[in-house]
Design a protein around this ligand. Structure first.
Ligand SMILES: [Mn+2]
Length: 387
């Protein structure tokens, strides 16, 4: 037995913990097989109730995103009473502005469920060797914003107020960040309009990277709206409205993963350019690969402050069946995560993952698992580049 192994055995005995099995210590033993009788196991019957460990928590507790601590971020309490933070997860249970299948109001719940296996202390990336959860930023989950389901206009105002409050609090690490940033869990895509109204208040005009199968810049005064002023604000028009309100850059925003048929042959695209967008289609990945797409997105937004919004329907329905407006021919989960992680270095001031409608998910939670990983990737980008 090597000296290291003897030391481990001594420590294990001293702390009265079960010694790791052969497979776990094989490497430490320098590749030699360790005979079973050399290991010290403790009978579970001999462990006293007082000595069992309740601090190691894989599944316990209430389900916050990635087991992050819950903080009542938009209560009227002071910063000191609420506790400070640098990046906040916020649920936006809103789906009354969808055009096809509803159900995204349960998205925040589904994405948090999908994140149960993510634990901050055990989130070391095999690709980068880094654990973004364990760096400078204090991360919390603010729970869901209370949003009325009977009046979209009021619900969006509630969400603007909640997001402004969250970002107005004093950050935990003032030397690293000017204001707390928010990663929002949707909700239908209309919630991004509320987020952009809030980011404008704290960071001014931003460039948008919009992952989606649809362009979402439809003219609200024409098709997909237009019936009434109220109906004009929906999940297919919110980017046009953000442009009209001057919240987003006129010439440095970009869509990625687009493939849905256009409403009109030319008007949609001309209107889209006027709203400040360039388009990367879903099939561009076959021509230029993930790195080509990363390069194009980075070049488009440059050194601007960036808001990244991910409609889960950018994924192929094979990888994200649980969404309102599925479009075949999308990207895989791996391709999307590669592209998102490749955006490291951009000044990401906020982001969201939206349109997750868990009622259509399969028993393996395919969509909710993918959405949780997207959220993790967006948080990692925020930690990587303080703003
Ligand atoms: Mn969308």
């Amino acid at each position: 037995m090597s000296r290291l192994l003897l030391l481990l055995a001594a420590v294990a005995q001293a702390r009265e913990i079960a010694f790791p099995p052969v497979a776990a210590i094989h490497g430490a033993a320098g590749g030699r097989q360790v005979p079973l009788h050399h290991q010290t196991y403790q009978s579970s019957g001999s462990i006293d109730v007082d000595d069992v460990d309740l601090t190691v928590d894989a599944m316990g507790g209430l389900t916050s995103f990635a087991h992050l601590p819950y903080v009542s971020c938009f209560s009227p309490q002071t910063d000191a009473e609420v506790g400070s933070y640098d990046i906040a997860v916020l649920g936006a249970p809103f789906d009354t502005a969808t055009s096809f299948r509803p159900g995204a109001r349960f998205g925040p719940h589904g994405i948090r469920d999908g994140s149960r296996r993510i634990r901050p202390a055990h989130s070391w990336s095999v690709y980068t060797g880094l654990n973004r959860f364990e760096e400078w930023a204090k991360l919390v989950d603010c729970g869901d914003a209370p949003l009325t389901f009977t009046d979209n206009t009021v619900a969006l105002k509630q969400l603007v107020k909640a997001t402004k409050l969250i970002s107005a609090r004093k950050p935990n690490n003032e030397s690293m960040t000017a204001a707390p940033r928010i990663l929002m869990l949707g909700g239908d895509h209309t919630i991004t309009l509320a987020a952009l109204r809030s980011t404008y208040a704290h960071w001014g005009v931003v460039s948008v990277i919009h992952f989606d199968s649809h362009i979402d810049t439809w003219n609200p005064h024409l098709e997909n709206g237009g019936v009434t002023e109220y109906a004009a604000v929906n999940h297919g028009t919110f980017l046009h409205i953000a442009h009209e309100e001057g919240l987003i850059s006129n010439d440095s925003s970009i869509h990625a993963g687009i493939r849905a048929p256009l409403g009109t042959r030319r008007d949609d695209l001309d209107n889209d350019v006027q709203c400040g967008f360039e388009i990367v289609t879903a099939r561009d990945i076959d021509r230029i690969g993930t790195q080509g797409i990363i390069d194009q997105l980075k070049k488009r937004v440059g050194g601007n402050n960036v808001y990244i919004t991910v409609d889960i329907d950018v994924l192929d329905p094979a990888f994200a069946p649980a969404t309102g407006t599925s479009e075949p021919g999308g990207w895989t989960s791996r391709e999307l995560l590669t592209i998102l992680d490749g955006l490291v270095g951009l000044k990401v001031i906020g982001g969201d993952v939206v349109e997750v409608a868990p009622a259509y998910d399969n028993t393996g939670e395919t969509t909710c698992l993918a959405a949780a990983e997207v959220a993790r990737s967006l948080i990692s980008l925020m930690v990587a580049t303080p703003v």
